[in-house]
Design a protein around this ligand. Structure first.
Ligand code: PLP
Length: 816
């Protein structure tokens, strides 16, 4: 076991401050201290990292490459200290130096190379892979600008670029020795080689140099460090004389520009396909570099490419990296001269695909002309994959054109990436039981019929190391005091807390911790929002990306409804409630941005209205991200998970809240179904249409929200307030787009496509049950505690063990 040495750690901090900044401890800024501390910690991490890779080489391990456009890592310093089990030593040293660790952690900007759930899942998986001792690389893009920073100005979202590398990132190291060339455009020339084989040569292309940066992923107390490898693009011949001599000035400049632009920015779309050419360039860029490197690494130690599947697995996080299958085919065909059949067998045993959504607007479909122009050789290979697949369909379903229409990879001028991913992979998994069932029985029914053995479920999970041990130290210590610390690496152990669910003293302690965490959040809100909130009120929190299917609108309409009730009847029984929202909207998603403005407008009126005696507050947390998320999950009484049933594939925010003892108000969607199964219906507030009901309505052209509007006066009043200037008298038309979306269909969508009015009254009733339940303090405490106790299933450790068992077949490396 390589451990952090106290004396060296302290000396290194002092040394690095001098070396980097010419400063003594007492002169250094917190930012400078952060860097010196991070580098000092990195010394120990590097030792473990090198030892891990030595072990991997000696054992000739099989490795999973988790290919993902996004890794939403959050801050590394605190997490690394925890996983090195170095907190005690670090705190002692910082105490001696007069430094506060929490202040230093605040100096780190979250590496936000992801949008939301999908990117955070990748980050949780890496934590679990290292902690469980499985050889893995995360492969992604080193975006210069990550997810934008959200400012709220006059109630509107304003996007500010997130230049996360401004101060340098202490944990990464550049690995120029592993650079790879990635080619775009040009054309493919076929030649016949000496052996009489057809060879395909890409010519007149532009290319960039992909250069990897490695970030260590520290396992919890086990000496194992895996790698997150993010690729940067550099120009390949920086204006070399050769180019000028050949008169290739134009090309040299274009390549230079391509390199500059390709890793510039993360697309801020969550669950939405935008179809931009640059996005496809990003996809091929990091996939090609990752696969080339994985194959090179394999061939350094092995002589037979045909055994690649024994040592390598590529997991495709959604369809974004699906070109991986064609890229691997290209390498096997063009560089290793395998036959199509040989190459296909290897590819099909090496690629596995995770589906994350069934929403049609998220399905990636590239226009063939764009795709073939940008990736001419890859397109040829996709064409051949498609040709052979269509033959298979015809053999199996003679004369059934509709099967081809639904399943072909190339159809009506488009490359359908999900279809390619399914055909090229040996495994297709959904991310929660309900989601996988919908895939098998509805969305991907035809594929399931053709390849039933490929389909499997892997219910998502989260890492308890970040979302309890780091994010909620008070509760973490209490849990450890009660049941020992096994839960840190074996979350089902937390079920032992059940024994305390009837013990009044334990329940009081549990709720005291919740109260402290509410105070911590209230302080944050006071500092950031200048709003005083009542720490005795119910903290009701909905934080996640802003999306119509996630129905923040249902939540805020209900707040408007409650406010109307209170105004009419100020003396009604009403337990104080703080409604907290946090959400970024994609920069181009106008309706989502309107909903943010609505939440802030409602808050501005209600928070200032003294006539309701501070019984309702509405808070919008600016720039929701992993770091402030940790504060929010710890402080929540109520977790809002109210997506339209069938739309949220899994959700993982739901699990973070549950772990921290918040009670879910939610629909039977995604992993909520499994959460309720674990904790019991009596310890959650479930409402709304079922996924079957939603799917049925959709098949039959939707429903008619006008009936509800005209027959339910409470709802009508709320909706009318969207267009009568009640919240924005200066601009009464501001929310007409939202009003219209709820009541009228247009050329593109049905009226109220997310069933907000349909579910309103059952939501309202569920919220009433929340309010009543909170009055019984002990009963509530018991429910909250049981949520923590019953969340064992939702550790990403469990998810990763299932991937290893069913898909990756990796060998566990025991700690040294
Ligand atoms: C967990 C997480 C998400 C995903 O939340 P859902 O409620 O599952 O959509 C999004 N963003 C951040 C910062 C997260 O930590």
């Amino acid at each position: 076991m390589i451990e952090l040495n106290k004396k060296e750690f302290k000396e290194n901090i002092i040394e690095y401050l001098k070396l980097f900044y010419r400063k003594n401890i007492d002169e250094a800024t917190n930012q400078q201290l952060f860097h010196a501390i991070a580098y000092s910690l990195k010394n120990t991490i590097i030792e473990q990292w090198m030892a891990t890779h030595k072990t991997y080489e000696e054992k000739d391990v099989k490795t999973v490459y988790y290919l993902s456009m996004e890794f939403l890592m959050g801050r590394a310093l605190g997490n690394n200290i925890i996983n090195l089990k170095a907190e005690k030593v670090v705190r002692e040293v910082l105490d001696e130096l007069g430094i506060d660790l929490e202040d230093i952690e605040e100096e780190e900007t979250d590496p936000a190379l992801g949008n939301g759930g999908l990117g955070r899942l990748a980050a949780c998986f890496l934590d679990s892979l290292s902690t469980l001792g499985y050889p893995a690389y995360g492969c992604g893009i080193r975006y210069k600008y990550g997810m934008f920073k959200q400012k709220i100005i006059d109630g509107y979202q304003v996007e500010v670029p997130d230049y996360w590398l401004e101060e340098g990132y202490p944990f990464e190291i550049k690995r120029p020795e592993y650079a790879k060339e990635v080619k775009f455009g040009g054309y493919v020339r076929m030649i016949r080689d000496e052996q009489g084989r057809d060879r395909f040569i890409q010519e007149n292309y532009q290319s960039v140099k992909a250069v990897p940066y490695d970030i260590p992923i520290v396992g919890y107390g086990n000496n194992i460090v895996n790698t997150l490898r993010i690729w940067d693009a550099e120009a390949i011949n920086t204006f070399n004389l050769e180019s000028f001599d050949k008169g290739d000035y134009q090309k040299a400049v274009e390549q230079e520009n391509l390199a500059r632009i390709i890793c510039e920015v993360l697309y801020p779309n969550d669950n939405h396909y935008a179809g931009k050419e640059l996005r496809l360039k990003q996809q091929y860029f990091f996939v090609s570099a990752s696969i080339q490197r994985a194959v090179s690494k394999y061939m350094e130690k092995h002589n037979n490419i045909k055994n690649l599947p024994e040592k390598v697995c590529f997991q495709l996080n959604d369809t974004h990296p699906t070109v991986a299958a064609a890229e691997l085919m290209r390498i096997l065909l063009d560089e290793y001269c395998l036959s199509w059949e040989e190459a296909w067998e290897i590819t099909n045993k090496t690629c596995a695909y995770t589906n994350h959504t069934i929403m049609s607007e998220a399905l990636e479909k590239w226009p063939i002309d764009l795709f073939s122009r940008l990736l001419p050789r890859i397109y040829q290979i996709v064409e051949e994959i498609n040709r052979r697949f269509v033959m298979d369909i015809k053999k199996r379903y003679p004369g059934n054109e509709s099967k081809i229409e639904k399943m072909a990879i190339l159809y009506q001028g488009q490359v359908r990436m999900a279809n390619l991913a399914i055909v090229a992979s040996f495994s297709v998994n959904g991310v929660a039981r309900l989601h996988t069932e919908i895939l098998k029985n509805q969305e991907l029914k035809d594929f399931y019929e053709m390849y039933p053995e490929r389909f499997n479920n892997k219910t998502n999970g989260i890492t308890q190391r970040r979302f309890l041990l780091h994010g909620n130290p008070l509760l973490a210590d209490w849990v450890t005091k009660k049941i020992g610390d096994q839960w840190i690496v074996n979350l089902p152990h937390i079920d032992k807390l059940t024994a305390f669910s009837e013990d009044p003293i334990s329940l009081r302690e549990f709720m005291d911790i919740k109260y402290h965490n509410k105070k911590r959040l209230a302080k944050y809100i006071k500092e950031h929002n200048q709003i005083d909130i009542d720490t005795n009120s119910i903290f009701d929190i909905q934080v996640k990306r802003l999306h119509e299917y996630k129905r923040q609108l249902l939540n805020i309409l209900h707040v408007m409804y409650l406010y109307n009730q209170l105004k009419k009847n100020p003396n009604m029984e009403f337990y104080p409630r703080t409604f907290i929202f946090g959400a970024k909207a994609s920069a181009g998603y106008e309706r989502a941005k309107s909903i943010i403005k609505l939440i802030n407008s409602v808050g501005a009126v209600i928070n200032e209205d003294t006539s309701i005696g501070n019984k309702i507050k509405v808070v919008f947390i600016e720039n929701y991200r992993v770091s402030n998320g940790e504060l929010l999950f710890a402080a929540a009484d109520v977790s809002e998970q109210i997506s339209t049933a069938s739309k949220e594939a899994s959700g993982t925010g739901n699990m973070k809240f549950m772990l921290n003892g918040a009670i879910t108000i939610g629909t039977m969607d995604g992993a909520n179904v499994e959460i309720v199964e674990e904790v019991g219906l009596e310890n959650a507030f479930i409402f709304g249409l079922s996924s079957d009901e939603v799917i049925n309505y959709e098949k039959n052209g939707g429903y008619n929200p006008q009936d509800i509007y005209h027959n339910d006066l409470g709802i009508k009043e709320v909706l009318d307030q969207l267009i009568n200037g009640f919240y924005t008298p200066e601009k009464p038309n501001l929310f007409k787009n939202i009003y219209d979306s709820l009541l009228y269909s247009n050329g593109y969508e049905k009226a109220d496509p997310y069933f907000i009015l349909k579910d309103f009254r059952t939501y309202e009733a569920a919220q009433k049950r929340v309010a009543e339940a909170y009055l019984d303090k002990e009963r509530w405490a018991k429910s909250a505690l049981l949520n923590t106790a019953k969340c064992g299933k939702f550790s990403s450790d469990r998810t990763i063990e299932e991937y290893v068992q069913d898909i990756w077949h990796l060998e566990k490396i025991e700690p040294k």
